[in-house]
Structure formats: structure tokens, C-alpha cells
Design a protein around this ligand. Structure first.
Ligand code: DAH
Length: 358
């Protein structure tokens, strides 16, 4: 038996009435509300389905049933409009009562600002100290001739530093075999270049990258040095001591220094300069266990000496008339001591968390 179309329509309208009232009231956005409306009045909506039963309604009831369906549609439409106005008003109200946007606030920059690398900061600081002591800044290339790196600096031809184990040699295509080229192992090359180009008197400092086949917690295959050279008439070891002691005091504050005899082929006499350990000096009870100075109380910070007369002669300077002193120091070592950095490699990994500390 087919269901009574009138009953079917009445039940449908009743269900629709319950559904739209409840769903319109709980819709919280205009989008949700419009979806509910489509579920009821749309092409595949609930009311459209009810209308399909109209065909089977006896003709004497058609008009009445048609009016009831139309009234239901009008009711849904007007409830929709009412709720729409309500939602729009609530939205506007929320906007008006929200914390006001402050147009006078400064803008946000898109990325944090960068700054110099700690190695560059320390190098700059050291060069500035020597500039203030009257030294001029000079530069030299990182790819060098063997003569500037070793020969003119009086390294004997079979010196172990020239060994493949220590030096990165560069093969120059088509180059003469005797004109050997390397990545400079020290900034002392700049001494040779400056003396050859300018003759004496001169006072220069230079800083830059140097390369050696070394790789552990305190050695990196690429590191940075600062080199200094002063040549004039009557320069003695007293001037060397005076300038370098002044330098240490400006860099580390007034603390004890000592000069220890040492050997470098291009100076005579040669020395290493130690400064009183900045870590355990203040509390001597910690000295024995100090890992930085290894309990000695001294930190070695640079090599220095009186320029060997043969180096002056190799660079065209009259060694009877002129004397001079030179020194070289490692920038990483100064930075590591200054900031308590235990492993040199941290300086080159460029982890932003490390760099942000400077
Ligand atoms: N070039 C040396 C090195 O790399 C450091 C050095 C020592 C430089 C003594 C000098 C000096 O100018 O006089 O180990």
C-alpha cells in the first residue's frame, strides 16, 4: 500500500520545522548558516523532496497542501534572514569591542639582523690596537708563491713545514715546475711582500686566512693569523718588548707577560710571548686544576723575534743599516681564550645559536 501523500507531506513539513529551527540557532558563521539553508531549500534539499509527493495529492486538496508547503518555505526563508542579520551584527560587535589595532606600533623586520662573525670581531679589535700604535694595515693573497711563504723567510729547502703533510700545494696548469705555488701557511708572507715593495722604514700589520693540513679540537685546516712587522734604524729587542707588552695590556688588561726563547727560521733571536692565565690568575687555588693553562699559569699567545738579517737581504733591505722585529698570532686562539670556547670547530660550524651569542 502506497503511503498517504497528505500524511507524508505533513510529516515532512513537521520534520523540516524542527530541523531548521535547531540548526539555524546553532550555526555560528554565515557559511554554516548558508549550508543549512541549502540542505533544506536547495535542489536536493528536504523541502524539495517533500514537494515530490504533491503529484499524488488528490486535486481537491492540492491547493491547500500547496499553500502549506509555500508557507513552510517562507517561514524557513524568513528565519534564515533573521539569523543572518543576527550573525552579522555579532561579528561587527566583536570587531568593535576587540583590542584596537595600534597604528603607531613600529613594524616587524622580516628577519633578525646579522652581525660580524666572532673571528672578524676579534681580528678587527687586534688590528685596531696596532693601528693606534702607528702600524699600517697591509694585505696579501691566500694563494702564494713558495718563495714568499718559505724561501725568502729563510726556511731551509727541506724544512718539515714544506712537507706535503703540512702544506697544501697548488698545481698550476702550464706553470714552471720550479715556480711552486701553495695556500699560504702563515701571514708572514705579507712581511716579504711589503719589504720588497716599500723598503724601510715601515710598520705594518696584516690579518687573514692561512691553511695547514691539521684537524683536531685546537687545529683547523683553515685558520686566521695576524702578522706585524716594524723595520727601521736602531730597532732593538727593547722596542719589540715595549710594543708587544702594550698590545697585551690593551687586549687583556694590565697583566704579567713573559718572553720565552723559541725558534722560527726568519727571526734571530726568536721568542714566544706568554700572558698570565686569564682563567686562574685571580684565584690561585684553581691553578693546579686549570685546564686552559694546564697548571702553568701562562698562556702562549704569539711568536715574535728580531727579523733575521738574511730575510732583510732577501727582500732588498740593507741589513747593516736597518733592523726590525716581527710577530705573528692566531686569531682563533685569542677568540677561544677570550670567550672560553673549548673546540675550534664551533667557530666554523656557524650554528646560529652560537653566533647569536656575540
Ligand atoms: N709565522 C709563525 C707561525 O705561523 C708565527 C710567527 C712567529 C710570526 C714569529 C712572526 C714571528 O712574525 O716573528 O707559526
Amino acid at each position: 500500500m502506497s503511503p498517504d501523500p497528505i500524511q507524508e507531506i505533513e510529516a515532512g513539513l513537521l520534520a523540516i520545522g524542527d530541523e531548521y529551527r535547531q540548526r539555524f540557532a546553532t550555526a555560528l558563521t554565515e557559511h554554516e548558516l548558508r549550508n543549512v539553508r541549502a540542505d533544506i531549500l536547495g535542489k536536493k534539499g528536504a523541502l524539495t523532496r517533500v514537494l515530490r509527493a504533491m503529484g499524488a495529492v488528490p486535486s481537491d486538496r492540492k491547493r491547500e497542501m500547496g499553500e502549506r508547503v509555500n508557507a513552510a518555505r517562507a517561514e524557513v526563508e524568513s528565519a534564515f534572514e533573521t539569523r543572518l542579520v543576527e550573525l552579522r551584527q555579532a561579528l561587527r560587535q566583536a570587531e568593535l569591542s576587540a583590542t584596537p589595532f595600534d597604528l603607531s606600533l613600529p613594524g616587524r623586520s622580516p628577519a633578525p639582523r646579522g652581525h660580524r662573525h666572532p673571528i672578524s670581531l676579534v681580528r678587527q679589535e687586534i688590528l685596531e690596537i696596532f693601528k693606534s700604535l702607528g702600524f699600517e694595515t697591509a694585505w696579501g693573497p691566500e694563494v702564494e708563491h713558495e718563495v714568499n711563504n718559505f724561501t725568502k723567510l729563510a726556511f731551509p729547502p727541506d724544512h718539515p713545514a714544506t712537507d706535503l703533510q703540512d702544506t697544501f700545494w697548488v698545481r698550476v696548469l702550464g706553470g714552471a715546475p720550479e715556480a711552486r705555488v701553495l695556500l699560504r701557511t702563515q701571514t708572514s708572507t705579507v712581511q716579504v711582500r711589503e719589504m720588497t715593495r716599500h723598503s724601510a722604514p715601515l710598520a705594518i700589520v696584516s690579518g687573514g686566512s692561512v691553511y695547514r693540513r691539521d684537524d683536531d679540537v685546537t687545529h683547523s685546516p683553515m685558520f686566521h693569523q695576524i702578522e706585524g712587522l716594524l723595520v727601521n734604524e736602531n730597532v732593538s729587542f727593547a722596542e719589540l718588548k715595549g710594543v708587544l707588552t702594550q698590545f697585551v695590556h690593551r687586549l687583556y688588561g694590565e697583566r704579567a707577560v713573559r718572553f720565552r726563547p723559541s725558534y722560527f727560521p726568519f727571526v734571530e733571536p726568536g721568542a714566544e710571548l706568554d700572558v698570565a692565565c686569564v682563567f686562574c690568575e685571580a684565584d690561585l687555588s684553581t691553578r693546579a686544576s686549570c685546564r686552559i693553562c694546564k697548571g702553568t699559569g701562562w698562556l702562549e699567545i704569539l711568536g715574535c723575534g728580531m727579523v733575521h738579517p738574511s730575510v732583510l737581504e732577501h727582500c732588498g733591505i740593507d741589513a747593516e743599516r736597518f733592523t726590525g722585529f716581527a710577530f705573528g698570532l692566531g686569531v682563533e686562539r685569542v677568540a677561544m681564550l677570550r670567550y672560553g670556547i673549548p673546540d675550534i670547530r664551533i667557530l666554523f660550524e656557524n650554528d646560529p645559536r652560537f653566533l647569536a651569542e656575540f
